[in-house]
Design a protein around this ligand. Structure first.
Ligand SMILES: CC(C)(COP(=O)(O)OP(=O)(O)OC[C@H]1O[C@@H](n2cnc3c(N)ncnc32)[C@H](O)[C@@H]1OP(=O)(O)O)[C@@H](O)C(=O)NCCC(=O)NCCS
Length: 215
C-alpha cells in the first residue's frame, strides 16, 4: 500500500568541494556545455544521454521532471556544482519512490567528463544517500503532506542502483559507498538500441524503523 507522498523543500547540501541543490533554470549556462562535453562518457551507460536529444533538450526535460518530482514528492533530483568555481560537477537522482511497506527509491548518478576520477562522484552520492536516509517529521508521527523545512529528509529505508555489468567505475563507486550486489535484472534498460542487463546494488538504512504513522 502506498502512503501519501512526502513533499520536501529542496535542501542545499554542502560537502568540502561541492554545493548540491535542486536543478534550476539558472543552471542552464553551466549544465548544457557540460552535458555536450560529457556525451561520450554518458551515452554508453545512460539512456537519457544516448537518446539523441540535444544537450539543451536533455536539460529542459530534466528540469521539467525535477520540478514536478520535488512538487509532488515522487522524485528528488540533485545537481552538484564545484563549491569554489561554480562549474557543473554532476547530478544524482532519487526516483521510483515507493513508501507503503518498503520506503525505497532507485538512485542514479553521473559526473561530467572533467570531474571524473577525483572522488567527486563519491562525495556527491554519499551526501545524497545521507539525506535520503534522514528522518522526516512524517516518520516521527506528524501527519504532513507538505513539510516546509529543508533540514528533514525523506526517511527512506532502502536505495538501489542499476548498473551495467561492464561499468567498472560505477560498480567501484557503489561498492565504496557500501552498496552490496543483489543480483542481475536481465534486459532491464534500452540504451543505444539494445536491451542491457543490469546488476542491482542495494544500500539499506539499518537504523530505519517502521513508520509509526503506518502505511
Ligand atoms: C560512474 C561515475 C559517476 C564514477 O565517477 P568516478 O569519478 O570514477 O567516481 P569517484 O568519485 O568515486 O572517483 C573515484 C576515483 O577518484 C580517485 N581519487 C580519489 N581521491 C582522489 C583525490 N583526492 N584526487 C584525485 N583523485 C582521487 C580514485 O582513486 C578513483 O580513481 P580510480 O577509479 O581510477 O581508482 C562516472 O564514471 C560517470 O559519470 N560515468 C558515466 C555515467 C554513468 O555510468 N553513471 C552511472 C550509471 S549506473
Amino acid at each position: 500500500m502506498q502512503t501519501p507522498a512526502v513533499v520536501l523543500t529542496p535542501p542545499t547540501l554542502r560537502t568540502s568541494r561541492l554545493v548540491i541543490t535542486e536543478l534550476r533554470a539558472e543552471h542552464a549556462s553551466v549544465a548544457i556545455p557540460a552535458f555536450a562535453a560529457s556525451h561520450i562518457l554518458w551515452s554508453r551507460y545512460l539512456a537519457s544521454a544516448a537518446g539523441g536529444d540535444s544537450p539543451q533538450v536533455q536539460f529542459e526535460k530534466r528540469l521539467e521532471r525535477s520540478i514536478r518530482g520535488w512538487a509532488d514528492g515522487s522524485r528528488y533530483s540533485f545537481l552538484a556544482l564545484d563549491a569554489s568555481t561554480g562549474a557543473f560537477v554532476g547530478d544524482c537522482n532519487l526516483g521510483d519512490i515507493v513508501r507503503g511497506n518498503t520506503w525505497e527509491a532507485s538512485i542514479g548518478w553521473r559526473v561530467s567528463i572533467d570531474a571524473e576520477g577525483r572522488s567527486l562522484a563519491f562525495e556527491l552520492v554519499q551526501a545524497v544517500c545521507a539525506w535520503a536516509f534522514q528522518p522526516s517529521s512524517h516518520a516521527s508521527g506528524v501527519a504532513s503532506h507538505a513539510i516546509p523545512r529543508s533540514d528533514v529528509g525523506p526517511n527512506l529505508h532502502r536505495l538501489s542502483a542499476a548498473i551495467m555489468p561492464d561499468n567498472a567505475r560505477s560498480i567501484r563507486l557503489a561498492e565504496r559507498l557500501g552498496f552490496a550486489f543483489e543480483g542481475t535484472k536481465r534486459a532491464l534498460i534500452h540504451i543505444g538500441g539494445v536491451w542491457h542487463d543490469h546488476h542491482i546494488y542495494g544500500l539499506v538504512n539499518h537504523a530505519w524503523t517502521p513508520n509509526p504513522v503506518g502505511p
